[in-house]
Write a protein that binds this ligand. Structure first.
Ligand code: BGC
Length: 766
């Protein structure tokens, strides 16, 4: 009896003594590490699955220093050592926390910014940095420490459900936009978590699928964007992905997380898992995956047991713990930042409104249909016009206070909207809402409410509209998100009702000598080749954030001149993409291999480097809209193209002049074709890009772009080195990948080679 009482007292006294000795500071990390018990170390490498309560397993560890409801995860506090909890929140289109709290009348809405794809289509790093600063400020002022963003997986197929969170089919554009985003967010004194590292290009069985690809494909396409952003922007954290990659789970792969990420690229931050449960904890620690999220007590216990059994060395655990401590001392939570819970939501709404317009891509504009002039009466078709889609679903969704729809946007711009038609849609929406309230259509808070099916509109109504209004707008919407991939029918392709709507509205309005504009409100690519000849103008608005309706109206009325360009190819058919032969939902699953089913257990990247424009330009195959394409309300002339050698590569410059009738910006793309003699390469690859400032009529700007020899290199699997062949490189100054305005030569007299490691070999035949 006595012993039972004395033991806790002794433990308590020991803890008190230790706490008197050391408390975490920016410069005593080794000392704190030395003072930590095994239990404390095992606690620090595991999140607490959103639980604020102290860890009951050992009784002495505290929970959150402050709790942010709805945030995705945390690191655990150890009060006796002065280690606070830190808070991790999603991302990427804004901060994702609960907008309301129990027994609290305040609201905690966050700004819904344009989705990742829309940001990439701005081709404007300064603008993305500005968006990042605004988001980072909301992270800080809502008491969080790390934003779980940016999403950087490659658009391998338009069917990937999460493409809206990601940037592009091209790794250079991905890396540069991500670096700008990270710089912006981190300028506020909070961290980012670049995700999902790596190869997470499909949602189908994302927790189990093995993505298999050659070492060269891996390094040049799927890792390159991460490499660029790590080297340029020093993210505080990186999130390993759910999937397996060439065999092991990424979170258990030392070759990926240590050899490549840290030894080759010099990454200094921490790696955390995606939101997995218990996997092999020892393998994770040894691989260099520092933090397990969202974390569960069984993971902590497992780490302790594995150290005790000798399966995991405590010195390996110490490496992760030290890195987590180095992360913690940088956080606002550690510094005791007095957050306000009152970020400047109004100011940020203005930033999202204008940044969204810069990512919009004008795909077609016959006879200057846009911008609309005067104050026309508009017939607004398409259920999405009345239920505008600000962003995608899942963890990438933001709990914003509102989304401005097209009707509100157009009316705000002073246009008259045909109310008779609006009422038809309102009745339909109200009816659907009554069904949803009764139960069937809800998918829960995480998966969001599905987009309403398109409404078939009677031809008589359409004909009457063509008499009453001056112009028609049809919004076509798409919604997708985490957890599932898209389908070809009724998603990549238009549904029958949508096709009929476009046909009927175009026929009726053209008959009345009036124009039709199609607005695409989506986060991903759809089929356009079969119907794009029908309307007079097509504006790809993407999922442009909470001010969407205003942003669209700003472009339609010419208040803003669109300067977005596509960050991915729009193919004619889905099957034109080589990935379609190797992607779930694009074709039926293949025969099982060794008892495993294709697409579910493994996905073979047989197309290798043939992703997006790399394939289409090399094969000279027609597309619906090429990579980098986008029209403007003005015209630009390119002149004075120059290339001059530098110490480690070349510098390319070009002068852009606005020769049209309104102010505008132009994104210039630099593609390079490699000489023969080295590895076989795609016909051309994007190696740099730059965007002008707003050029007034007749105004010029000279843009300068730098390319290093390392940027020009390809990965040679025989020598396990990045090689830049000697010879003549063709440098193309282009408005899009198929529209080269100038071509000059850069000559390299001596081959360059940078040694890497022979790691991440595929574990299946390709
Ligand atoms: C997603 C991550 C996200 C995490 C936390 C996961 O399911 O894949 O992107 O950051 O959840 O919400």
């Amino acid at each position: 009896m006595k012993r039972l009482i004395i033991l806790p007292v002794l433990l308590f006294m020991t803890a008190m003594n230790l706490s008197a000795q050391v408390s975490l500071k920016a410069n005593n990390i080794d000392e704190v590490l030395k003072a930590m018990t095994l239990e404390e170390k095992a606690t620090l490498v595991v999140g607490s699955n959103r639980q604020a309560a102290p860890n009951q397993a050992n009784g002495m560890l505290g929970g959150h220093s402050h709790q942010v409801p709805g945030a995705a995860g945390n690191t655990q506090a150890i009060p006796r050592l002065g280690i606070p909890s830190t808070v991790l929140t999603d991302g990427p289109a804004g901060v994702r926390i609960s907008p309301t709290r129990q027994n609290d009348n305040n609201t905690y809405y966050c700004t819904g910014f344009p989705v990742g794809t829309a940001l990439a289509c701005t081709w404007n790093q300064e603008l993305v940095e500005e968006v990042g600063r605004a988001i980072g400020n909301e992270v800080l002022e809502y008491g969080c420490d790390v934003l779980l963003a940016p999403g950087m997986n490659i658009h391998r197929s338009p069917l990937c459900g999460r493409n809206f969170e990601y940037y592009s089919e091209d790794p250079l554009l991905t890396g540069k936009i991500a670096a700008a985003y990270v710089r912006g967010v981190q300028s506020q004194g909070v961290g980012t978590s670049m995700k999902h590292f790596a190869g997470n290009s499909q949602e189908t069985n994302r927790m189990g699928v093995n993505e298999v690809m050659t070492q060269r494909t891996l390094r040049e396409i799927y890792l390159k964007g991460f490499e660029i952003a790590v080297r340029e922007a020093n993210p505080w954290t990186i999130m390993s992905s759910y999937n397996r990659l060439n065999g092991p789970f990424t979170q258990e792969n030392k070759e990926l997380l240590t050899t490549i990420l840290r030894d080759e690229w010099g990454f200094k931050g921490i790696v955390m898992t995606d939101w997995t449960g218990l996997r092999n904890t020892a393998a994770q620690i040894m691989a260099g995956n520092d933090l397990m999220e969202p974390g569960a007590a069984n993971q902590t216990q497992d780490v302790i047991a594995k150290v005790k059994s000798g399966e995991l060395k405590e010195s390996d655990l110490d490496i992760c713990v030290r890195r987590i401590l180095q992360y913690i001392v940088k956080t606002p939570s550690f510094k005791g930042y007095a957050f306000s819970n009152k970020p400047d939501l109004k100011g940020h709404a203005a930033i999202t409104r204008t940044s969204a317009t810069e990512g919009m891509v004008l795909l077609k504009n016959e006879q200057n249909t846009l911008p609309m002039t005067g104050t026309p009466t508009v017939s607004v078709f398409g259920v999405t016009s009345y239920n505008f889609i600000a962003g995608g679903t899942g963890s990438g969704d933001v709990n914003k206070a509102y989304t401005i729809d097209m009707m509100t946007g157009l009316k705000g711009a002073g246009l008259t909207v045909n109310e008779k038609l609006a009422n038809v849609y309102k009745t339909y929406k109200d009816y659907q809402a009554s069904l949803t309230a009764a139960g069937p259509a809800r998918r829960g808070w995480f998966w969001g409410t599905p987009k309403l099916d398109e409404l078939a509109i009677n031809r008589n109504i359409i004909n009457a509209q063509a008499q009453e209004s001056d112009i028609a707008i049809i919004t076509i919407g798409r919604q997708a998100g985490e957890g599932s991939d898209r389908q070809e029918a009724n998603d990549f392709k238009l549904s029958d009702v949508e096709q009929q709507l476009i046909d009927d509205v175009c026929a009726a309005f053209h008959q009345a000598n009036k124009r039709v504009v199609v607005v695409l409100n989506m986060g991903n690519v759809i089929e356009t080749a079969s119907w794009k000849s029908k309307p007079d103008a097509i504006l790809l608005a993407w999922q442009p954030g909470q001010e969407g309706g205003y942003s669209v109206a700003d472009v339609l009325t010419g208040k803003e001149n669109p300067s977005g360009k596509l960050s991915m190819t729009w193919p004619i058919n889905l099957s034109d993409l080589p990935s379609s032969a190797n992607f779930p939902n694009a074709r039926p699953a293949g025969a099982p291999v060794g008892g495993k089913t294709e697409f579910r257990d493994f996905t073979l990247h047989k197309e290798g480097l043939d992703v997006g424009y790399r394939y289409f330009t090399t094969q000279n195959k027609a597309v619906s809209y090429p990579f980098g394409f986008g029209l403007s309300y003005t015209t630009f002339v390119y002149s004075k193209a120059k290339v001059k050698s530098t110490k480690d590569g070349f510098e390319a410059s070009i002068t852009i002049t606005n020769t049209g009738s309104t102010a505008g910006k132009e994104a210039v793309q630099l593609y390079v074709s490699a000489p023969d003699g080295g590895l076989i390469k795609p016909d051309r690859e994007l190696k740099s890009f730059a965007k002008t400032r707003m050029l007034q009529l007749g105004e010029s700007q000279t843009l300068t772009m730098r390319v290093t020899l390392y940027d020009l290199a390809s990965y040679n699997e025989t020598t396990q080195a990045w090689e830049t062949a000697a010879g003549k490189y063709h440098v193309h100054f282009a408005a899009n990948v198929d529209d080269v305005r100038y071509c000059t030569i850069f000559s390299l007299s001596k081959k360059q080679s940078v040694k890497a490691h022979d790691v991440m070999r595929p574990d299946m035949a390709l």
